[in-house]
Ligand binder design. Structure first.
Ligand SMILES: CC(C)(COP(=O)(O)OP(=O)(O)OC[C@H]1O[C@@H](n2cnc3c(N)ncnc32)[C@H](O)[C@@H]1OP(=O)(O)O)[C@@H](O)C(=O)NCCC(=O)NCCS
Length: 392
């Protein structure tokens, strides 16, 4: 290894850039956007107001807030070619891949450097419309066009359900969307910044970030949380189910976090939200009852790893209570996180230096065969005998 080179597996403990957007305190379990702790605005600020804070550094006054809402609303409509692009994609293609492709196809955000707030607002405005358009197609119906008089959250639900949301739906989704707009150098944001640092355009940076968000170790976990709760079914079955899962090395989705080792504050806030608005909902009850058993068994099977409940555990509950389909959980995460991506892309562009970490060559990683668990299904047609020999 070259002298002076530090190898940090998974880049743990490494800061890749400075940011003025958020303070993520993993030890204390706290998040602030700019100088505002998330607890302070979780219920009373809209999606647009928090996006404005992240993009322009302060909460907007009423007039500015209305203007910003109008700007975002005006950009909701999809160009025809983007709809055609979505129409071309087979029904089996998952929503995140469709979103990534459709974002790449957005024409009004041309490939230019440096990126602009104009482009950022266009992408953030259109992501919900792309999701709603695809969902309508999957359900075999016409798209419900965006409404200019509704705010970002209400319009998203309106396009999905065809009705103006109830107060409960609006509050629950708005809180979720506000709490998940930004989280420092998380994998998708880091991806966006890496792409932006090459002076590639905002669209390419965003679509790369969508690809990173899709993974179950990052934003793809909430639908798997629901699957786990569904399999557990009731609190009396939880312990036996979890022991079986942990003994077969299964990860319990919605638990563990790279940064938060004491608590993920978003999880606490979303749990409080679920209990405040839907305490009697069977899924809320089950999630709350089972959480304690999961934490106890994680500590028993993975002592000292400090695996806490992360945002995705109660996000899955909240999104489910609102009535969203599981296939929409991660795309809905993209609706909010796109704000943070754009803020980081702009920040990267303003203080740009190419992000280019090194790799350390290791002969130990040579292997003739992939490990047993590795993508056999994906290797269809390429059987063992045909696998290329690695010559050492
Ligand atoms: C989020 C996550 C990827 C963070 O990972 P990380 O900081 O890189 O930690 P590692 O993957 O190195 O895991 C450390 C140890 O804890 C275990 N672990 C971590 N999360 C676990 C989970 N949810 N269930 C069971 N074991 C877990 C790992 O198996 C590993 O065990 P080992 O030391 O015996 O090998 C990880 O906690 C995880 O996979 N969680 C589940 C997916 C999820 O909820 N993602 C959403 C994140 S917001």
């Amino acid at each position: 290894m070259s002298r002076g080179l530090v190898l940090a597996d998974g880049l743990e403990g490494v800061a890749a850039f400075e940011t003025g957007l958020s303070l993520i305190d993993g030890d204390e379990g706290r998040i602030s956007y700019r100088d505002y702790p998330a607890e302070a605005f979780q219920y009373d600020k809209s999606f647009e107001e928090v996006a404005y804070l992240l993009w322009y550094g302060k909460f907007p006054m009423t007039e500015k807030s209305e203007e910003f809402q109008r700007i975002l609303a005006a950009r909701r409509f999809l160009p025809k070619h983007v709809k055609l692009t979505v129409d071309q994609m087979p029904a089996e293609v998952d929503m995140m891949s469709v979103l990534q492709t459709a974002v790449s196809a957005l024409k009004d955000c041309e490939s230019i450097w440096p990126p602009s707030w104009d482009q950022a607002s266009s992408i953030v405005s259109k992501i919900p419309t792309i999701i709603a358009y695809r969902q309508a197609r999957l359900e075999g119906r016409e798209m419900i066009e965006p409404r200019l008089d509704l705010n970002h959250t209400a319009n998203y639900l309106y396009m999905l359900f065809g009705e103006v949301p109830t107060e409960l739906q609006q509050t629950m989704l708005e809180t979720y969307l506000v709490l998940t707009q930004e989280l420092g150098s998380n994998p998708s944001t880091f991806t966006a910044r890496v792409v932006a640092s090459t002076r590639s355009d905002l669209i390419s940076s965003t679509s790369a970030a969508i690809g990173a968000l899709k993974g179950p170790l990052h934003g793809g976990a909430p639908s798997e949380v629901l699957e786990i709760l569904r399999e557990i079914k009731s609190v009396d079955r939880a312990e036996a189910w979890l022991r079986r899962a942990l003994e077969s090395d299964r990860r319990i989705m919605g638990f563990g976090h790279r940064i938060f080792k004491r608590q993920d504050p978003r999880s606490a806030m979303l749990k409080a939200l679920a209990l405040r608005f839907a305490a009697d909902h069977p899924l809320v009850k089950l999630a709350v009852e089972v959480e304690e058993t999961i934490l106890r068994l994680l500590e028993e099977y993975k002592p000292g790893r400090r695996l806490v409940t992360n945002v995705d555990y109660y996000a899955s509950v909240v999104l489910s209570v609102i009535g969203l389909k599981e296939s929409l959980f991660t795309p809905t995460f993209a609706v909010s996180r796109s704000v943070g991506w754009c803020a980081h892309i702009m920040e990267q562009a303003m203080h740009n230096r190419l992000i280019y970490p090194q790799a350390v060559y290791s002969r130990d990683l040579h292997s003739h065969r992939p490990p047993a668990w590795f993508g056999r299904a994906a290797d269809k047609g390429l059987n063992e005998a045909e696998m290329p020999e690695v010559v050492l």
